[in-house]
Design a protein around this ligand. Structure first.
Ligand code: SF4
Length: 1016
């Protein structure tokens, strides 16, 4: 802008006048405040951190005052986006923009408090009283109920009557302490938020490609030609990550397709939107598979070289009337022995590269998917046939080598009783199109919580160990039996089959857990690990709690009363506990489950005998540590202030209770003290381990000089491991989580790196550190043909330099295996290739199949079968009476998140509460017309399990669909309100949802269930 002399004088005159008026005190206070705001950062300390909400992991800069002098407590007064961050580049969404209000929320807990049995109030207590009492209660319960041997006399060392729910936003370092704390005591009921969000993703992507994580990364979305958003709504749930979708539109003229029950905010900026009935995604996607195969729209060379399409399946494997071979209806499970390849004398899978053999995987898949014709898909899903075909054609355009499609999904695909198989179907589509391993391709699971990827990596699930190893089960009584079952043999000769290193990862873990107590003579302390007889996942464990079989529970940074399905049943389950401990920065519904909140929580405190300890913990802004974003980046953050009041870090709370438990066992003795007493807890202050020492422990150390194959010492005793390739199975290395090896090396903390140089195609390998081995794009060798030529020269990300693989990304391949070596690019797979047919890996079938949700409006047969529901989904007998039918509950409901609120956390933040102060539900205009409901009317939405009341938003975003010849209306239920926080009180949305789970991961079916709607 150029200013003329007259304007210049006018403007400067105004400024001078303004300054004079200010000096004379004539400016009103509000204007004075505006004048002084420009100096807000003067004398402030700047601290780097990450947003605590979703797993885009946006960088933030926190500004605090208080110079650290005695009695000058730092206080964060401003937070803004970090402009250097390669993903967020200074942006924050409405949730991130409200972070400072979260830190200073009126709901922040200041002191430990206690609720006595039958009491109606909280009472303040000291940390000493609280931790003494908790340790006492835990020890008494453990001594009374610990199971050393099962009925068969097998050593199992487990404790079932007290459980623990680990967080989803706490740091990795806290996660390591959670694991050591719980497993040293033998706790089996250990689970985390992953169970409620992306567990089906891991169950599906692991068997498909080798690892269960997002294949590409946020920035890489910009390289796509087609973006399919289905089973997610990133414009609202991951707004800053969504900017890379817009970048793909701008840079590549990418076609963005949205398939969703609602015309949501992602759809609003997409090129094409198709409606779908909630719960019918597998039918839609299997229809796409059928389209690609029947129209020969597959990338042939990729499919032949990089998938198991040519492998031959056993004769006795069949599919009939909705079930695969080996089904046992009484047990609701499969004998999977026929789900395998034909094998030669050496045990390798047979193959037919000509595809003449009808038992080839590709031919069986073609047959299996052929039932999903466009007509039938349209009838099942309610998607108009022409819309369905448009999605098919657009995806099919990427079957050529130089075009890619990426798929973005989240809980819309996971929250189903066949969630894992929905994601498997998507994986199959991407394999057929040759889109896996390609920049701009892949299957991108958008993780919800800021560190739920990390908590999954750390093995905080009931039958898991860190780094995607399994906890041993009862029948694996010896280390040899366990390792034999856990270490796969190659299905094809010459393949990398990286999991053959399992013994190295496992023994290194055991050395971390038991230190010098772990020796070859005692199988590295194998007996001290608890063994499992069945899954004690959240659904199963709360079922036991409801049956009165659980006495104690610890909820860490988690609000299960609001998060688990069937809230009224949950409240009744909590009321059967003897003691409940919550560790949280906020005052949650869970810690107050016993409060009488009228219609919002109809409890009778005097009848509830549970002792409750409400322990205040620090939040993200008050701790150092690392969290893992959805793209597997471990990002280190720093504390910018002290916590409020007497709040402690989670590590401090766990360390103190752990130390007190040990002291009790030392002084009194007790049942099976060895795992607890032998657990390595050698921190400088055992009551308060520092994040730095824990992070190094997680990476791992050389416990002796480590030599390479030539005898040269590559790591000296006592040094941090440079990566997982140097790990040994002879007790000379330790590492808690093998995939994190390399995150903190002799060169320092790799997670804190800040070089945002783009090495090509949006890769920034110098920013933070990604598992595994700092790779940013998984399976990147598959972006080139077997001879090492890129499928698309514009998308070349690695290359062979004559001696080794190099490039913009760390190659996901043996560095010295040359082009043409025949080594497959999916190095974690025993076949070396991606799996169209998944063998024994999933419990509900090696090919995906559409099954109706547990509560479904479709009551008759379809797809030529009578079996309508997933025959092995998680169903508890006493849940059946809590299921509704379409006569009584004629509408399909689906839950979701909105952009201004994050689960049940942001309702405690003033800014977010102002933006979305009151609960609402979305109802299509045609249904509203039928029920005489106007926008703003109060409505009651009820399911077989309870009801909620909320304001109606009447919208055209929810279309009436035609499903199997009948009209069908859908209802949208945002899930953010409750009876605590800064918003108006509301109903917990999970009052409505059913407690049925995915067959593989037991993740509840939040996304498709039946309701009725009435005007109040
Ligand atoms: S909620 Fe997600 S997108 Fe929003 S600021 Fe936080 S990390 Fe970024």
């Amino acid at each position: 802008m150029t200013l003329g002399r007259r304007e210049f004088l006018r403007n400067t005159g105004t400024c001078v006048a303004g300054a004079s008026a200010l000096a004379l005190g004539f400016i009103p206070p509000r204007a004075q405040a505006q004048e002084t705001r420009q100096y807000k950062l003067l004398r402030a300390k700047e601290t780097r951190n990450n947003c605590t909400y979703c797993s885009v992991g946006c960088g933030i800069l926190m500004y605090s005052l208080g110079d650290g002098a005695k009695n000058a407590k730092a206080r964060i007064f401003h937070i803004e986006g970090d402009p250097d961050h390669p993903v967020s580049r200074g942006s924050l969404c409405p949730k991130g923009a409200g972070l400072v209000d979260f830190i200073h929320s009126e709901s922040r807990l200041q002191y430990p408090t206690y609720r006595a049995p039958g009491s109606r109030e909280w009472k303040r207590i000291s940390w000493e009283e609280a931790t003494d009492r908790i340790a006492r209660l835990m020890k008494d319960d453990r001594d009374k109920n610990f199971i050393q041997r099962n009925e068969k006399g097998e050593l199992v060392n487990r404790w079932l009557s007290t459980g623990m729910l680990a967080s989803s936003a706490a740091s990795n370092e806290t996660g390591l302490l959670d694991f050591k704390f719980a497993r040293s005591l033998g706790i089996m009921g250990l689970d985390c938020q992953a169970r409620l969000c992306h567990a089906p993703t891991v169950a599906a992507l692991g068997p498909s490609f080798g690892r269960g994580a997002m294949t590409n990364n946020w920035v890489d979305i910009k390289n796509a030609n087609v973006v399919l958003i289905m089973g997610g709504n990133p414009a609202e749930a991951h707004p800053v990550g969504f900017k890379w979708v817009m970048e793909a539109k701008i840079r590549n003229a990418a076609q963005v397709l949205v398939v969703d029950p609602r015309f949501n905010r992602s759809a609003a900026v997409a090129d094409f939107y198709a409606p779908i009935r909630a719960g019918s995604d597998a039918a839609f996607l299997l229809g796409v598979v059928n389209y690609l195969l029947s129209h020969d729209k597959i990338q042939h060379e990729y499919v032949q070289a990089y998938t198991n399409a040519a492998l031959i399946v056993r004769e006795d494997f069949q599919f009939h009337d909705g079930v695969f071979t080996g089904y046992d209806a009484a047990k609701r499970s499969y004998d999977m022995s026929s789900w395998d390849y034909e094998r030669d004398e050496q045990g390798f899978a047979k193959k037919d590269l000509t595809f003449q053999n009808p038992r080839c995987v590709l031919n069986l898949l073609r047959d299996h998917a052929s039932r999903y014709t466009p007509e039938l898909v349209s009838q099942i899903t309610g998607t108009p046939e022409k819309d369905f075909l448009h999605v098919c054609e657009t995806l099919a355009s990427t079957s050529v080598p130089d075009r890619t499609a990426t798929m973005l999904f989240a809980l819309g695909w996971t929250h189903h009783t066949n969630g894992s198989q929905i994601i498997r179907t998507a994986a199959i589509i991407q394999m057929l199109l040759g889109n896996v391993g390609m920049p701009g391709g892949g299957l991108n699971a958008l993780r919800g919580h800021s560190n739920i990827q990390g908590y999954t990596d750390l093995g905080l699930l009931s039958t898991r160990l860190p780094g995607y190893m399994n906890l041993p089960k009862d029948s694996q009584q010896t280390l040899d039996t366990y390792l034999q079952a856990s270490t796969p043999k190659a299905d094809e000769p010459g393949e990398v089959n990286y999991w053959h290193n399992t013994p190295k990862f496992f023994v290194s873990l055991m050395k971390t857990l038991w230190g010098d107590h772990a020796t070859a003579a005692n199988s590295w302390g194998y007996d001290w690990l608890p063994k499992w007889d069945r899954s004690y996942d959240m659904l199963a464990y709360f079922e036991l709690m409801h049956q009165g079989k659980v006495n104690g529970y610890i909820a860490q940074g988690f609000n299960p009363l609001a998060a688990m399905p069937d809230k009224n049943k949950m409240r009744d389950a909590f009321a059967k506990l003897k003691f409940l401990v919550t560790m949280d920065p906020l005052d949650t519904e869970t810690s107050n489950f016993w409060q009488d909140e009228g219609v919002y929580n109809d409890a009778k405190p005097e009848e509830i005998q549970t002792e409750v300890f409400r322990l205040p913990s620090t939040c993200f802004a008050e701790e150092n540590g690392s969290i893992v974003n959805s793209a597997r980046w471990l990002q280190w953050h720093f504390s910018g202030a002290q916590p409020p009041g007497e709040a402690w870090s989670d590590g401090h709370i766990l360390g103190t209770i752990f130390t007190k438990l040990r002291a009790l066992y030392a002084s009194e003795g007790g049942v099976c003290p060895e795992p607890l007493m032998n657990m390595q807890w050698n921190y400088r202050d055992p009551e308060e381990p520092t994040p730095e020492e824990v992070a190094q422990e997680s990476n791992g150390y050389a416990l002796a000089d480590i030599q390479d194959a030539t005898g040269k010492v590559v790591v000296r005793k006592g040094e941090l491991l440079p990566d997982f390739s140097v790990m040994k199975d002879d007790g000379t290395t330790s590492s808690y989580c093998w995939i994190f090896a390399g995150s903190w090396t002799q060169a320092g903390n790799q997670m804190a790196r800040r070089d945002n140089t783009d090495t090509g195609l949006g890769n920034t390998p110098g920013w933070a550190w990604a598992w595994p081995a700092n790779r940013r794009l998984l399976y990147n060798r598959a972006s080139m043909d077997p001879q090492g030529r890129p499928w698309d020269p514009r998308r070349q990300i690695i290359e062979w330099n004559g001696q080794r693989w190099v490039g913009a990304d760390v190659p996901d391949y043996p560095l010295t295996s040359p082009p043409g070596s025949g080594v497959g690019p999916f190095i974690m797979q025993s076949e070396g290739v991606a799996r169209l047919f998944s063998g024994h890996s999933l419990v509900d079938g090696p090919f995906p199949e559409h099954y109706e949700p547990t509560e479904s409006p479709v009551t008759g047969p379809a797809l030529g079968k009578t079996v309508r529901h997933n025959p092995v989904s998680r169903v508890f007998a006493d849940e059946k009476p809590r299921m509704g039918d379409p006569e009584q509950f004629p509408y399909v409901a689906t839950t979701y998140s909105i952009t201004e609120l994050f689960r049940h956390w942001t309702k405690h933040s003033q800014l977010n509460a102002i933006m979305q102060p009151e609960q609402f539900v979305e109802i299509g205009d045609r249904l509203a017309g039928k029920l005489h409901i106007k926008a703003g009317d109060m409505v009651r939405v009820s399911s077989k399990r309870g009801y909620i009341e909320a304001k109606a938003v009447v919208t055209k975003r929810l279309k009436r669909l035609n499903v199997m010849g009948n009209d069908l209306d859908q209802v949208g239920i945002p899930c953010h309100w409750g009876f605590k926080g800064a918003t108006r009180k509301g109903f917990l949305a999970n009052t409505l949802t059913p407690a049925m789970g995915d067959a593989n991961s037991q993740t509840p079916e939040f996304k498709a269930f039946l309701v009725n709607v009435e005007k109040v």
